[in-house]
Design a protein around this ligand. Structure first.
Ligand SMILES: Cc1cc2nc3c(=O)[nH]c(=O)nc-3n(C[C@H](O)[C@H](O)[C@H](O)COP(=O)(O)O)c2cc1C
Length: 217
């Protein structure tokens, strides 16, 4: 566990880095079942924290103000999805990484946002942009809340996990648009030889803040 510094938030933001965890071979690596409950509890805590993101407009949908929706798939459910992936989605390449990640993760969190649909509303474009922005803020909150609990993450666009067929299969709101598929690393895999961990693209391309910031004095 990293030592808390005087500015723990800065430290967690900079420490977070993408960890794409892929299962090697066909049988998923074993998790320590006794610890999975504790792991799930950490994920629930992090989702609770993520919901403290700012949002501008009351979405007024299903009695909820928030424009985002989270769907948590526990580890055993991810394994089930991995098992059926190539049956459910037949037009995908055999080297698609999603089943490998579903076979290795501790949990998958899908984050969607709910667009406004009244096209006669002149502000609809701006409102939807801000709904999406709020959902992105909640997503980054989740990454940081998980990182602060020593749980690695990967933000993927989600591919087939964002398809209408997938939403229907898991009773997700068909009006939702997927903004993030967050794979949460399970830290206690029994045999680490069963997994491959890959860093994120673009990681090393970051520049100094002065390069993308204009200061108006
Ligand atoms: C909205 C969004 C969608 C992304 N989707 C993907 C994706 O589908 N595949 C991928 O390899 N990286 C994707 N990324 C990028 C990685 O999540 C990661 O942030 C990036 O590779 C930089 O690595 P870092 O997080 O270690 O800095 C996405 C990032 C964002 C913000």
């Amino acid at each position: 566990m990293a030592k808390p510094t005087t500015n723990f938030v800065d430290e967690v933001i900079k420490r977070r880095r993408t960890e794409k965890v892929l299962a090697i071979g066909n049988s998923p690596p074993q998790l320590k079942e006794a610890e999975i409950k504790q792991f799930d509890e950490l994920v629930f805590q992090a989702v609770d924290v993520a919901g403290w993101a700012p949002f501008h407009y009351d979405r007024k949908k299903d009695g909820l103000a928030e424009p985002w929706r989270f769907t948590i798939f526990k580890a055993h459910r991810c394994r089930e999805i991995a098992k059926h992936f190539f049956d459910w989605f037949t037009d995908i390449k055999p080297n698609n990484k999603l089943p490998k990640m579903l076979n290795a993760c501790g949990a998958l969190v899908l984050i969607t946002w709910l667009p406004e649909t009244e096209i006669d509303n002149p502000k609809i474009g701006q409102v939807n942009e801000e709904h999406l922005a709020a959902a992105a803020a909640a997503t980054q909150n989740l990454l940081l809340a998980l990182e602060s609990r020593e749980l690695g993450t990967y933000w993927s666009s989600g591919g087939q996990l964002g398809s209408p067929e997938f939403f229907q299969r898991f009773d997700m709101n068909p009006a939702g648009r997927l903004i993030a598929a967050i794979f949460v690393r399970y830290p206690g895999l029994l045999d680490h030889n069963d997994i491959n961990v890959i860093s994120g693209k673009n990681r090393e391309k970051r520049s100094q803040w002065q390069n993308w910031t204009q200061v108006i004095d």
